[in-house]
Design a protein around this ligand. Structure first.
Ligand code: ADP
Length: 635
């Protein structure tokens, strides 16, 4: 067994590497800058975690998703590997302790959110770290024109300058060819080096279904498939409405969106994950951390804004390798819905400026102040205070973020944390002198370890049960010990944050580049158009379409999607069917032809041509327009 395999088995207990993992590890270990393109769930984390364990020093992982960061740190710690994280919402002293541990405490992993990498505090420690590897997760966020640009990713290039000899490993699940180039350039790759695994999902059957009455069709589809599924919708109202409709049809269903309380969301997700509810109807707020292998179908009731999002969401089907369905329902009205989304997605610059001003007032930041400050933020209460449409407010903030002025973080649930400030002997003296605290201090020291070296997450209710006192009492003790500087106590809370990267400007001094705004809007339109092409195509295998979009050149038709099936029924090979059909469409776009004229005009065997014409007639894609002539009526 080679060395990396040994690490994999020793720490994770896995018997072997998945496709591409080993190649990426070899590349990184040879000191090469590497861009690894693997589908979600493909096992990206192993590709930096194994090299980090094989090498001396610490691996810094830049990642934007705080919840995933916390989950990974938790997992590593359980395996006995020293790891910690830095993200917005942590106190300065917590950050200092973690950074010191990274310098002097033989930590193997430091996870850091991109906006934290630009701070002086981070940089001053980073320069001294014995860095083994710089890993950049969700690396497509560095590309300005991609669908998820985050300006703070651009800072990562400066980290490279600070530690120029350490290789970078960039990871992404969704990137088109130009974005792959952009990532390597922005991360200052010494040499181009992309390793990719196939995105093909052989067990997924892709289908696009046109239906004037989507609701009715939905009921029929869900009744016809067994097992759990996800239905993606765009609006909260639809989420609820569809769940009610399915329930009326005796299909067990629940719904999920960002407007529900967190506790409610957690319960619903759990019920769906453990199978007590069969169908989850959700907006795209439902996604992160879905860990369910036996999802039998993912159905899109509305059309996503990009092929990237579609593929990621649809790809949640069939992780267990068994047959699963990726379905998309549409009708003609959907096109105008896409266009309307463009309008809310890109509010006018004047509108954006208004939101910027409102934000400063809401957070009570004086003009000229606020630089590098972190603020709690709740979009719902912000937009209701200023009577703004929430989506418009959100997209305006996103525009301001893309220009680099502010940074928005996801909603994070931070548990309460405690760190002992008093040294052990001082604490002992305190306990002797303050008898009333003695029992509580013992309780907490018996319940948790590591309290003297770092902030440890605690649970007030757990301590209350264990100590047989009320949770209120526990909090009271913690607050009092904190005010006496025996401990530092940070009560838990759930919130999202806004970070001001620049001081608050006067509204008239806020510049939003019109050129960039237009270019981004164009990018958005192009992505929507490509998505609409996917919906409308009648000639390219669905799987092929998706794989080609992600730059896979030698993919083959799946033979199972609606397009391939149409070809199969006609008795021709998929590609022949597609080619002949396209040629017929082109001809009929010029003028109407009789069947006989068509057969003469096109250079294929007569039988095959007649077969395709018959199929197209049966499926009402062509029709007789009088004089025995055919015209095109399909898509
Ligand atoms: P990604 O970041 O690509 O979405 P993860 O790194 O989270 O994927 O891995 C997805 C899942 O696959 C995790 O549960 C992980 O433990 C598992 N996994 C990764 N590599 C292997 C392997 N070689 N053998 C078995 N399971 C693996």
């Amino acid at each position: 067994m080679d060395y990396y395999q040994q690490i994999l088995t020793r720490y994770w207990g896995f018997s072997g590497f998945r496709p591409l993992q080993e190649e990426v590890i070899f590349s990184v270990m040879a000191g090469n800058d590497t861009l690894a393109l693997m589908p979600t769930g493909g096992g990206k984390s192993i590709t930096f975690q194994v090299p980090a364990l094989a090498k001396e020093g610490i691996c810094v992982v830049v990642t934007p998703l705080i919840s995933l960061m916390k989950e990974q740190v938790g997992r590593l710690k359980k395996m006995g590997i020293k790891a910690c994280a830095l993200y917005s919402g942590m106190s300065r002293s917590e950050i200092m302790i973690n950074l010191d541990n990274c310098l002097y405490g033989d930590f193997k992993f430091l996870y850091v959110s991109p906006e934290r990498t630009r701070t002086e505090l981070f940089r001053s420690r980073f320069i001294k770290m014995k860095l083994s590897l710089l890993a950049v997760d969700e690396a497509h966020c560095i590309s300005q024109w991609g669908y998820d640009f985050r300006p703070s990713y651009l800072n990562i290039a400066e980290l490279r300058e600070i530690q120029p000899d350490v290789p970078v490993l960039a990871l992404t699940a969704t990137a088109t060819l130009d974005i792959l180039d952009d990532i390597q350039e922005k991360l200052r790759f010494r040499e181009k080096n992309v390793l990719r695994s196939s995105f093909e999902r052989k067990n997924i059957v892709f289908r696009v279904i046109e239906s004037a009455d989507k609701l009715k069709m939905l009921g029929r589809i869900v009744q016809g498939i067994h097992g759990s599924g996800i239905i993606y919708v765009r609006s909260r109202k639809n989420a609820r409405m569809l769940a009610e409709e399915l329930e009326r049809n005796r299909i067990s269903a629940t719904y999920y969106h960002a407007g529900l309380a967190h506790s409610e969301r957690d319960i619903r997700q759990k019920n769906w994950t453990n199978g007590s509810v069969r169908v989850m109807i959700a907006t795209n707020a439902f996604g992160m951390g879905i860990d369910k292998a036996d999802v039998r179908f993912v159905l899109h009731y509305d059309i996503p804004d990009s092929v990237e999002s579609y593929f990621q969401e649809a790809g949640r089907a069939g992780r267990d390798g068994e047959e699963a369905w990726a379905l998309l329902l549409y009708n003609k009205n959907d096109k105008s819905k896409l266009e309307r989304r463009l309008k809310t997605g890109f509010p006018d610059i004047e509108e954006v400026k208004k939101v910027y001003e409102a934000l400063g007032n809401y957070l009570q930041i004086a003009v000229g102040g606020g630089k590098n400050q972190v603020y709690d933020f709740n979009i719902a209460s912000f937009s209701s205070r200023f009577k703004m449409n929430m989506l418009m407010a959100y997209n305006s903030l996103k525009t301001i973020e893309r220009e680099g002025y502010i940074e928005l973080t996801e909603d994070v649930k931070n548990p309460s944390r405690v760190h002992f400030l008093a040294r052990r002997d001082d604490l002992y003296r305190f306990q002797v002198e303050n008898r009333s605290f003695d029992g509580f201090i013992k309780l907490i020291l018996r319940s948790y370890t590591g309290l003297f070296t770092e902030y440890i997450s605690i649970s007030e209710s757990f301590l209350a049960r264990k100590g047989n006192i009320s949770a209120e009492m526990v909090k009271e003790y913690l607050k009092r010990l904190s005010s006496m500087k025996i401990i530092s106590y940070i009560p838990g809370k759930r919130t999202s944050f806004i970070i001001y990267n620049e001081e608050r400007l006067d509204r008239k001094n806020l510049t939003i580049s019109y050129e960039r705004f237009v270019k981004r809007k164009e990018g958005f339109v192009l992505r929507q158009k490509k998505m609409w092409d996917y919906v409308e195509t009648k000639s390219i295998c669905r799987s092929l379409f998706l794989l080609e979009y992600f730059g896979e050149k030698d993919a083959v038709a799946c033979g199972k999607c609606d397009i391939c099936k149409a070809g199969n029924e006609s008795g021709l090979s998929d590609s022949e069917f597609g080619i002949i059909k396209d040629e017929i469409r082109e001809k009929l776009a010029e003028r109407a032809y009789s069947a006989e004229d068509l057969v003469h005009a096109l250079n294929h065997e007569d039988d095959k041509l007649l077969e395709v014409i018959r199929y197209l007639l049966d499926n009402e894609m062509i029709k007789y327009a009088g004089n025995n002539k055919l015209s095109w009526s399909g898509n």
